[in-house]
Design a protein around this ligand. Sequence first.
Ligand SMILES: [Fe+2]
Ligand SMILES: [Fe+2]
Length: 279
Amino acid sequence: MTKCLAERAEEVLRTADGRAKTALSHAHAAEWFAARKAGEALPIGQATPPDRPARPDQPALLPPREVPRRRPGTPQGRIALLHALAHIELNAVDLHWDIVARFAHVPMPQGFYDDWVKAADEESKHFNLLCDCLEGMGSHYGALPAHAGMWRAAEDTAKDLMGRLAVVPMVLEARGLDVTPGMIEIFRKAQDGAATAALEAIYAEEVGHVAYGAKWFNFLCGRENLDPKESFHALVRRYFHGALKPPFNEEKRAEAGLPPDFYWPLAEEFPPAFRPDAD
Ligand SMILES: [Fe+2]
Ligand SMILES: [Fe+2]
């Protein structure tokens, strides 16, 4: 019997090894889209996703403050940066499959699953691209300690789909749009063509993930007759710990459907130019 989508998502979450997890993620995405194309979508079904996804023995996971910082001006620093990004991408694979499995009981249009399965497949590709870069530099994913707090946002929003969309794609992934151009510059200056190309490919696709978040957040607000901006502010304040950090990538955020009045009022500094009563 064909496995339903939620069970496939659970299977990815329970796979520990990064390369094995991303291979499975890609295989399930290919089957989902082949079935969709044939006009016979896989059933969504139900599953019991683990509280936390399976992780390999390496890297060691440390509290954020204990993860050593290295300056990106050195090859070792750039390896550390790529390693941190690979860790983020591996978590992103799990976050996208988790939204499918965790909220399988919430009735959603097929397009919702198309978007998150596609995003999960792209994150799998991103993880592998970064692993390839690390291996090309004589390192590998697992060689350095990594951030232990990555699953916090998923745990905090495990019972609230709108909260999950607000915090994961619309805050955390949107933050990626803000910081990625600076990272691309670091590798461009270091004349690392492989890492520059990998980060540019990732940057282009991440806009889509933020856009999926905004699209389905707005959909749910519309279905519940809620004001999207006010709901977003309330949910981010409830589930996200801390203020948003400018500068924001206003151009890419706009492309992803995030208007300034969504994020500026949650920023640590509220700029005078943005005040609603400003000229
Ligand atoms: Fe990614
Ligand atoms: Fe993403």
